[in-house]
Design a protein around this ligand. Structure first.
Ligand code: ATP
Ligand code: SKM
Ligand code: MG
Length: 177
């Protein structure tokens, strides 16, 4: 048993990589609790992510993310934690994520991401510019941060939630036993 690794699975990755959907599926499969930082922030702030960005700005949202991640260090166990797509951008957050458990980067190609997010209006960073251009530009900046933050990378293109969950569970169990 790996005593140094906390028994949590942390999902990171770009918007639409499936952190929330896979997280829910995986938690059920493993009989773990499920938490999602975006949902926790919406509950805490009593507002939607869109409204938080609009009224208080991205920097405020990022500070709330870091505060939440710091608080989660105390007591999170047997949990699948899905995170917001920008969580690994801050160095402090990357360190906190790795201290919290086994960090899995769910990767998706630009094409898959665009297909999954077409028509979505709940993600403030995707509004404005043409979707494909926006995703391409953000991915280029972010991929190195996701890679740095992760213990394991899993490609999600053309894989079902079930297939992805099994791959994560197998990799995680190898680490802890
Ligand atoms: N493996 C998959 N196969 C097919 N559809 C998927 C897959 N993963 C996610 N999706 C779909 O893509 C959309 C976005 O997924 P989800 O909300 O889980 O992404 P996310 O990574 O949590 O995004 P965010 O960073 O914005 O929270 C949803 O409609 C979901 O059903
Ligand atoms: O990638 C991002 O920066 C974001 C992803 C979402 O999960 C939300 O956290 C928010 O829309 C910002
Ligand atoms: Mg999500």
């Amino acid at each position: 048993m790996n005593k140094s690794l906390k028994h949590n699975i942390i999902l990171i990755g770009f918007m639409g990589s499936g952190k929330t959907s896979v997280g829910e599926h995986l938690a059920k499969m493993m009989n773990y609790r499920f938490q999602d930082t975006d949902l926790l922030i919406e509950q805490r702030e009593r507002d939607t992510i869109n409204q938080i960005f609009r009224n208080k700005g991205e920097e405020y949202f990022r500070d709330v993310e870091t505060n939440l991640l710091t608080e989660l260090q105390n007591g999170l166990n047997n949990t699948v934690l899905s995170t917001g797509g920008g969580m690994p951008l801050r160095e402090k957050n990357r360190k906190l994520l790795k201290e919290l458990g086994y960090v899995v980067y769910l990767r998706a190609s630009k094409e898959t991401t665009v297909k999954r997010l077409r028509g979505d209006t709940s993600r403030p960073l995707l509004s404005g510019e043409e979707l494909g251009e926006k995703v391409k530009r953000l991915l280029k900046v972010r991929i190195p941060y996701y890679e740095k933050a992760a213990h394991k990378i899993i490609m999600t293109d053309d894989r079902s939630l079930e297939e992805i969950s099994v791959l994560i569970m197998e990799a995680y169990l190898k680490q802890i036993y």
